[in-house]
Design a binder for this molecule. Structure first.
Ligand code: NAD
Length: 497
């Protein structure tokens, strides 16, 4: 059986109390790996290692070119080891082959993009306030030691979305994967150890809330980068506020998918199924609220139902499987509970709703609810499973209003053959990413994040690197022999300011 240790200060070590936990394959409930479980003391050691590495300047003093080259080494390691990582990701998370293959590529792509972004000088000269006398420089510096906490739905990709921008900015980091899916993060530790990255710059530990809370509250940490549920995100924000740590939060969603009545029907049906059911709906940007006018409603619901009936439920390792298991028994139970809630609320169950026959793992059928109203819990709460709620409206304006009537604002989408019309709707949607005739495509150079309770700050792109920096203004007076008067006689009179 596979065994993994904690990665602290460039060493692979057992937990200080020798405790371990098993990683379970959600397809057949077999044990994939035995993994060391970090204690609070181990967490403190990892943070101390990151602090020591940061303060020594061993990473932050390197040039952008040097940092870029080492991040590229990590990217190349991912590429070389894709077959192994892919297999482990499927076993550990229940991701289908198709989804996990994409994840491997996207992990590699994120590392490659951030290796390029490490070359960008983020500091600017913001002008001379008085010709020849003083200069104003804006300097971007690494924020320091970062704690990164990630969820289970895109395990390796989420790890890279944290590690690569932190490294690009010159930070050091302690990363904790979700307990359900720690295997590929621990494999990543081994790959990072084979690169020229100095010891202690990246530390990877395991565990759940207790370890997470230490990572958020420890005084040696400067910034917390959290991806997970809105509920835990609020807790993290609260805990971090005691020491006013910098925080970025990538949280949940209940993304609205608006199909306008002039949409290409075949494309919109296909795209709406992909938007909601990709990775069994265990996706923060899942298009889980489908909104359309009564003109196309009945036909659209029928077409979605027919698509769902054709999806292949199977072993996630098989290349043609569309629907694999959910990540855990807990998640399966949660999704089944929401299906019962939907029925009780009076939504019409059009398809699915149960556990498919012939599988031992944590499966749930792709499930379709029609006649949902936006005040129902299945329209307002993040289910994080393969459950689509279809809402009927009378007008385009009502579709926009319903879409925005949500405490979340992570993503959204519009389907229409008329680009201007679609763009007009897209601009009115209050969410961080909007797709037009598309879903799930992200660009590593474009900022990603949420409005409202879907998060705080942005990941990816230069915005994503800046999130790991502090800004310093350096005001330089270059004429040292000039007679200056301080106090009320300010150097620049108000009317010249
Ligand atoms: P979760 O909030 O339960 O857990 C996320 C992480 O937080 C895990 O590593 C967990 O161990 C840790 N954690 C739990 N309690 C903690 C505490 N008290 N203090 C610190 N850390 C703690 O989320 P999950 O169930 O693993 O993942 C699903 C959620 O993640 C969904 O809500 C989904 O929308 C969200 N998500 C968001 C994005 C995004 O980019 N916006 C991406 C992926 C997933």
């Amino acid at each position: 059986m596979l065994e993994y240790k904690l990665y602290i200060d460039g060493q692979f070590i057992d937990s200080s109390d020798n405790s371990t936990f098993d990683s379970i394959n959600p397809y057949d409930k077999s044990i994939v790996a035995k993994i060391a479980k970090a204690t609070v003391n181990d967490t403190r050691d990892a943070i101390k290692a990151a602090r020591k590495a940061f303060d020594s300047g061993v990473w932050s003093d390197k040039s952008g070119e040097e940092r870029s080259a080492i991040i590229k080494q990590i990217a190349d390691k991912i590429k070389e080891n894709t077959p192994r990582l892919l297999e482990l990701e499927i076993m550990d998370s229940g991701s289908t082959y198709k989804k996990a293959k994409d994840d491997m590529f996207l992990t590699y792509r994120a590392a490659s993009t951030f290796s390029k972004l490490a070359l960008v000088d983020l500091s600017e000269d913001i002008g001379i306030s008085k010709e020849g006398i003083s200069k104003n420089l804006m300097v971007r510096e690494p924020v320091g030691v970062c704690s990164a906490i990630i969820p289970w739905n895109f395990p390796l990709q989420m790890a890279m979305w944290k590690i690569a921008p932190a490294l690009a900015a010159g930070c050091t980091i302690v990363l904790k994967p979700a307990p359900e899916t720690s295997v590929t993060a621990m494999e990543l530790a081994k790959l990072i150890d084979e690169t020229d990255l100095p010891k202690g710059v990246v530390n990877i530990i395991t565990g759940d809330a207790e370890v997470g809370e230490e990572m958020v509250t420890n005084p040696l940490v400067d910034k917390v980068a959290f991806t997970g549920s809105t509920e835990i995100g609020k807790k993290v924000m609260n805990l971090a506020s005691a020491s006013m740590k910098k925080v970025t939060l990538e949280l949940g969603g209940k993304s609205a998918n608006i199909v306008l009545d002039d949409a290409d029907m075949e494309l919109a049906v296909d795209g709406s199924v992909y938007a909601c059911y990709f990775h069994n709906g265990q996706c923060c940007v899942a298009g889980s609220r489908l909104i359309m006018t009564n003109k196309i409603y009945d036909e659209f619901v029928e077409r979605i139902k027919n698509k769902l009936a054709k999806m292949k439920i199977g072993n996630p390792m098989d290349k043609d499987t569309d629907v694999g298991p959910l990540v855990s028994e807990k998640q399966q139970k949660r999704v089944l509970e929401y299906i019962e809630i939907g029925k009780k609320e009076g939504a019409r169950l059009v398809y699915g709703g149960g556990i498919p026959k012939g599988f031992d793992g944590y499966y749930v059928e792709p499930t379709l609810f029609a006649d949902v109203t936006n005040n129902m819990r299945i329209a307002q709460e993040e289910i994080f499973g393969p459950v689509l709620s279809v809402i009927k409206v009378n007008t385009e304006a009502e579709a926009i209003s319903v879409a925005n009537d949500s405490s979340f604002g992570l993503a959204g989408g519009v389907w229409s053959k008329d680009n201007d019309r679609a763009m007009n709707v897209a601009k009115k949607l209050r969410a961080g990413t909007i797709w037009i005739n598309e879903w799930h495509l992200l660009n590593d150079k474009a900022p990603f994040g949420g409005y409202k309770q879907s998060g705080l700050g942005r990941e990816l792109g230069l915005e994503g690197v800046k999130a790991y920096t502090e800004v310093k203004h350096i005001h330089v007076d270059e004429i040292l022999d000039r007679k200056k008067k301080f106090w009320y006689n300010v150097a620049v009179p108000m009317d010249e300011a």
